[in-house]
Design a protein around this ligand. Structure first.
Ligand SMILES: CCCCC/C=C\C/C=C\CC/C=C/CC(=O)SCCNC(=O)CCNC(=O)[C@H](O)C(C)(C)COP(=O)(O)OP(=O)(O)OC[C@H]1O[C@@H](n2cnc3c(N)ncnc32)[C@H](O)[C@@H]1OP(=O)(O)O
Length: 316
C-alpha cells in the first residue's frame, strides 16, 4: 500500500497546480437532495451510489455563457470537495446536450466580460478534464463544439441515436484552441482527430460510435444514465487514489500546457476574436441561427404537408 506521505509528495510533485488539493479522502456526505447553482446547473446526488447527476439547464440549447460556466465551475469544486464517487453530465433539454459556447459571448464582445468568460471556460476544462472523481456523459442531444468538448472531457460517453457530435470550429471560420484539440486527440486516433478537426466534422451517433468518439448508444436518457452508472460502478473496487492519480498522470501534459500558458491562451483568444474576418463569420452565423430558428415552423409545416401528399399518393 502507498503511504499517505508518499501520496502527498507525489501529488504535490505532479500537481502543483492543485488538481488534487488533498489526498485525504473523506467519506462522501450522502444525501438525497437536488442542489442548484442559480438553476443553471442542477446537481442530484444518488444516495445509494454516491454518483451525482449534473444537469446543464440553460434553455433552449444550453449554450455556454459566463453564468453557466461559472455555475458549472463551482459545481465541479463542490464535487471535488465532497470527494464525489462519480459524476454523470447531462442536459435538461430533450434534443440538445449543449450547443457549445454562446456565440453572443464571442460576437461584438465586451472585453471585461469576455475575459471572465474565457477564464471560466479554462477553469471548467481544467477541473473537468483533470477531475479526481470519475466522469461519464449521458449525451441526450446534439453536442457541437464546446458541447463535444465537455463530453470528451468525461471518461465515458453514452449517446442517444440520431444526434450529432463534433468540433465544428473550422466550419465557423474559427480555430479550436490547442486544448480542445488535445482533448480530441486523447479520445480518438490521431489521424482521425486531425481529419475531424480540419473538416470541422459533426458525426451522427452511429458514426461517432464507430470512430470511438462515443462508447455506447442508449435508447433514451434514462438508459443513457443507467449505462453511465454501470461504467462508474466499475471503479468501486479500484482504490480511489490509484485511479485518480493514473487518470491525472494520463492527462497531465495537456493540463500543464494550459496551466502554464493561461494568459497567453487568453491573449490568443482576444487576438482571434478581434480579427474582423472572425467577427464577420460570427455575425453571419448568429444571423443564420436566428433565421433557421424562425424558419422552423415553416419547415415543419412543409414536412407535414409533404407527409399528407405522400399518404394520399399511396392511397391512390
Ligand atoms: C492554435 C491556436 C488557436 C488559437 C485559437 C484561440 C481562440 C479561438 C477563438 C475562438 C474559439 C472559440 C471556440 C468556440 C467553440 C464553440 O463552442 S462555438 C459554438 C459552436 N456551436 C454551434 O455551432 C452550434 C450552433 N447551434 C446549432 O447547431 C443548433 O442550435 C443546435 C444545437 C443543433 C440545436 O438546434 P435546434 O434546432 O434545436 O435549435 P435552434 O437552432 O433553433 O436554436 C434555438 C435558439 O438557440 C440559439 N442558439 C443556438 N446555438 C447557439 C449558440 N451556440 N450560441 C448562442 N445561441 C445559440 C438560436 O439562435 C436560437 O435562438 P432564437 O433565434 O432566439 O430562437
Amino acid at each position: 500500500m502507498l503511504s499517505s506521505k508518499f501520496i502527498h509528495a507525489f501529488t504535490r510533485q505532479i500537481y502543483h497546480t492543485n488538481l488534487i488539493t488533498s489526498a485525504t479522502f473523506n467519506v462522501i456526505k450522502k444525501h438525497n437532495s437536488t442542489h442548484t447553482k442559480n438553476d443553471l446547473v442542477l446537481v442530484d446526488v444518488n444516495d445509494k451510489t454516491g454518483f451525482s447527476i449534473v444537469t446543464l439547464n440553460r434553455p433552449p440549447v444550453n449554450s455556454l455563457n459566463l453564468e453557466l460556466l461559472s455555475a458549472f465551475s463551482s459545481v465541479l469544486d463542490d464535487l471535488h470537495k465532497n470527494n464525489s464517487r462519480g459524476m454523470i453530465l447531462t442536459s435538461s433539454s430533450s434534443t440538445v446536450f449543449s450547443a457549445g459556447l454562446d456565440i453572443n459571448e464571442l460576437y461584438k464582445p465586451d472585453m471585461d466580460r469576455v475575459r471572465k468568460f474565457w477564464t471560466s471556460l479554462q477553469d471548467c476544462w481544467i477541473k473537468l478534464y483533470g477531475s479526481s472523481f470519475p466522469t461519464a456523459a449521458a449525451i441526450n442531444g446534439h453536442a457541437p463544439a464546446g458541447g463535444c468538448l465537455f463530453a470528451m472531457c468525461c471518461e465515458y460517453r453514452v449517446m442517444l441515436p440520431k444526434y450529432t457530435i463534433g468540433l465544428n470550429e473550422t466550419q465557423l471560420g474559427i480555430v479550436a484552441p490547442t486544448w480542445f484539440m488535445a482533448t480530441m486527440k486523447n479520445t480518438i486516433p490521431l489521424r482521425q482527430a486531425e481529419l475531424a478537426l480540419t473538416l470541422g466534422k459533426m458525426f451522427k451517433t452511429d458514426d461517432a460510435l464507430k470512430l470511438g468518439l462515443i462508447d455506447e448508444i442508449a435508447e433514451n436518457k434514462e438508459d443513457a444514465i443507467h449505462k453511465c452508472e454501470i461504467f462508474l460502478k466499475k471503479y468501486q473496487k479500484i482504490p480511489q487514489t490509484a485511479r485518480a492519480l493514473t487518470k491525472q498522470s494520463y492527462r497531465k501534459n495537456d493540463i500543464m500546457e494550459l496551466e502554464n500558458n493561461r494568459e497567453a491562451d487568453l491573449q490568443l483568444f482576444f487576438l482571434a476574436i478581434s480579427d474582423p474576418r472572425v467577427q464577420s463569420s460570427l455575425g453571419k452565423y448568429v444571423a443564420f441561427l436566428k433565421l433557421k430558428s424562425r424558419m422552423k415552423p415553416i419547415l415543419e409545416a412543409v414536412k407535414f404537408l409533404k407527409g399528407i401528399f405522400k399518404s394520399k399518393k399511396k392511397k391512390n
